[in-house]
Design a protein around this ligand. Structure first.
Ligand code: NDP
Length: 289
């Protein structure tokens, strides 16, 4: 058996096209959704993310507001900016790029964002709304992962889902989305006993660990849907670095029914879902959603 590839790049492109069409329709009503992205400091990976986010925001027809602050910015200054963005009617989504420098308490900053503009879905109000199935904005990576699962299995009701990883950004919100979709959900983490056996139960396996190729082919149930969230840089042949996921891809592909590649799987969905959240926020704030 060779698993089908879940083409996150193509699915993200289709999502961005749908978003652009909806944004164009809103323009007829004089509405232009806007996303503000705040970057503090010079972290090179964050700079790339922020640039890509801004580019794709503009391509979708939305307004992009970039705020680049120097690494020495105080927490009070950042909170003041968040307050201004909360009050700015042109801004529908606010994203503060993580990580933040050590003098700033990220939790305090994320909690200062108006939940109605919380494009990343990290505010406790949105965490609670998603957990209770009462709407809200879901974190982008789990939201995108769920879309990839539904691209293979539109109705996953009753399937056994195993998530490896329990971070607030990926693992925990993934629990709620899979539960909401009717799956029986197990969450594994670094203290889980006999991880291979737990993984083998999964009809849907979501790997969000941050350890290169940790999940082996023999841990996978034949025919399972495998969503590899991990992004790990490893040294390849000739000293060149390359990206790999948390799943040993070639082994897993020989057993699974469908699998996401790294890169080109979950990664492209994350920014597309950020745009989807901004659009959702823009509509909800105007009573259209
Ligand atoms: P965290 O480091 O916050 O969480 C990792 C989780 O994996 C923890 O819950 C940890 O358990 C668990 N874990 C660590 N080692 C083991 C082990 N040996 N066995 C079982 N579980 C283990 O990572 P994130 O959730 O932020 O990210 C996970 C991966 O996803 C990373 O590679 C990251 O780069 C990638 N990522 C990709 C995104 C995308 O857009 N594609 C977006 C966000 C992240 P414990 O809690 O017990 O410590």
């Amino acid at each position: 058996m060779v698993a089908d590839l879940i083409d996150g790049k193509a699915i993200a492109e289709a999502l961005r096209r749908d978003i652009a069409n909806e944004v164009a329709a809103l323009a007829g009503q004089g509405i232009k959704p806007g996303l503000a992205v705040v970057l503090v400091g010079e972290d090179p990976a964050s700079q790339v993310y922020v640039r890509n986010k801004a580019k794709q925001t503009v391509e979708a027809g939305m307004a992009s507001f970039e705020h680049r602050l120097d690494a020495g910015t105080s927490e009070a200054e950042l909170l003041a900016l968040v307050e201004r963005l909360n009050a700015d009617p042109a801004v529908d989504g606010i994203l503060v790029q993580l990580p933040l420098p050590p003098q700033i308490d990220a939790t305090r900053v994320l909690r200062a964002i108006d939940p109605a503009k919380d494009a990343d879905g990290f505010h406790p109000i949105n965490v609670g709304l998603i957990a209770t199935g009462a709407g809200g904005l879901a974190p982008c990576t789990p939201l995108g992962s769920m879309m990839l699962i539904r691209s293979v299995k539109p109705d996953p009701t009753g399937l056994e889902a195993v998530i490896v990883g329990r971070s607030n950004i990926v693992g925990k919100p993934m629990i709620q989305l899979l539960l909401g979709a009717g799956c029986t959900v197990t969450v594994a983490h670094s203290r889980t006993v006999d991880l291979p056996s737990v993984c083998r139960r999964a009809d849907i396996l979501v790997a969000a660990v941050g350890r290169a190729e940790m999940i082996r082919g023999e841990w996978i149930k034949p025919g399972a849907i495998v969503i590899d969230v991990g992004i790990n840089r490893v040294q390849g042949a000739e000293g060149k670095s390359r990206l790999v996921g948390d799943v040993a891809f070639a082994e897993a592909r020989a057993v699974a029914g469908a699998i996401t590649p790294v890169p080109g799987g979950v990664g492209p969905m994350t920014i597309a879902c950020l745009l989807a959240n901004t659009l959702q926020a823009a509509k909800a704030r105007r009573g259209l959603g």
